[in-house]
Design a protein around this ligand. Structure first.
Ligand SMILES: Cc1cc2nc3c(=O)[nH]c(=O)nc-3n(C[C@H](O)[C@H](O)[C@H](O)COP(=O)(O)O)c2cc1C
Length: 313
């Protein structure tokens, strides 16, 4: 397979496992046993979170809904464990695959502090998650930074003040339905071209809603309105459109990672053709685990390494 270069890391191929799948070291070990070329852990928050409990994930076949509420063991857990995996001690990570960490802060300073600590623990890269729609407080839904250029600027300023420019730092965005808003946020990110090496698109589509045949909500837990982030196959054209638009706005050195509805080798190829350097798989990996990565890669290799037709003798 042809290796790719993602922000200074050589990846064996472009197919990674995306954020939301690896919350603990046992999840990470499982992901490292697949043929994925790199893994994103998290999203990690400063403090551990239990997340929501009840019907928090729904597989609707052509889409998935989730409102997990960012369950994760917190920054300290990964501060202790991450380095062992990145550096491959005790046979952990035998292929020395890059391990990126996805971070969510509740203010710009927290994003900066977490990024610095995880870089110090040798994270291969940091994905700054600006797009989680599933955080609700007493005052309602928390703002989604992706849609607030002022918040994006404040977060990236904070991250930039904590670390130098020679790290693999990227941002993950929500999908924009307003092309002008996408342009404003892309130009804000472009102002940080020395810091930001990649943009991952896209996170789940916020505030989707679905019911079972009997009218009951697919996403249901105490305090929930049934709204949730949508992902899965239905997201592919949306995310491909984001890639296409962002590629034409962002400076060339900022690479794009496509995520949304990937479950086949053809999907991977479609994202690369739209302008992505690499891709991530989430819903399909959650549903099928190693078989997902095996099958996607077998098909991707078949599609990309077909022998050239021989000229007739
Ligand atoms: C169950 C679940 C949990 C997720 N958790 C996170 C997360 O913690 N951080 C994040 O950046 N994205 C998270 N996502 C979003 C995915 O990383 C991805 O952007 C989105 O699901 C689209 O990809 P897919 O269609 O392959 O699922 C989650 C998605 C799902 C389905």
């Amino acid at each position: 397979m042809k290796p790719i270069n993602l922000a200074g890391h050589e990846l064996e191929h472009p197919v990674m496992i995306g954020a939301g799948t690896c919350k603990t070291v046992s999840d990470l070990e499982q992901a490292l046993r697949t043929p994925a070329s790199a893994v994103v852990i998290g999203s990690i928050t400063r403090d551990s979170r239990t997340g929501n409990s009840g019907d928090v994930y729904h597989d609707g076949g052509h889409f998935s809904l989730n409102s997990l509420g960012l369950p994760n063991p917190g920054l300290e857990y990964w501060r202790i464990n991450l380095r062992y995996y990145v550096e491959g001690y005790d046979g952990k990570n035998p292929d020395r695959k890059p391990i990126l960490a996805s971070v969510v802060g509740f203010n710009p300073e927290e994003y900066g502090m977490m990024t610095r600590l995880l870089v110090m623990q040798k994270a291969s890269g940091i994905e700054i998650n600006l797009g989680c729609p599933n955080l609700w407080g007493e005052e309602g839904q928390k703002p989604i930074p992706s849609f607030r250029p002022d918040m994006v600027r404040a977060i990236l300023t904070s991250v930039g003040s904590e670390i130098g420019f020679d790290h693999c730092i990227g941002v993950k965005l929500s999908p924009f339905s307003d092309p002008d808003q996408l342009k404003v946020v892309a130009r804000t990110i472009a102002d940080f071209v020395d810091l930001i090496k990649f943009v991952t698109v896209s996170n789940t589509f916020p505030n989707a809603y679905a019911t079972h045949l009997d009218g009951t909500r697919c996403i249901s837990f105490e305090g929930s309105s049934g709204l949730a982030g949508m992902a899965g196959r239905a997201m592919k054209p949306v995310a491909l459109g984001q890639i296409q638009q962002l590629r034409s706005i962002l400076p060339a050195p900022i690479q794009l990672i496509g995520v949304g509805g990937i479950s086949s080798g053809q999907d991977v190829l479609d994202y690369l053709r739209a302008g992505a350097t690499a891709v991530q798989v989430v819903t399909d990996y959650l549903n099928r685990r190693k078989a997902s990565m095996d099958e996607i890669l077998i098909e991707y290799v078949q599609l990309t390494e077909q022998p050239e037709p021989q000229a007739p003798a």
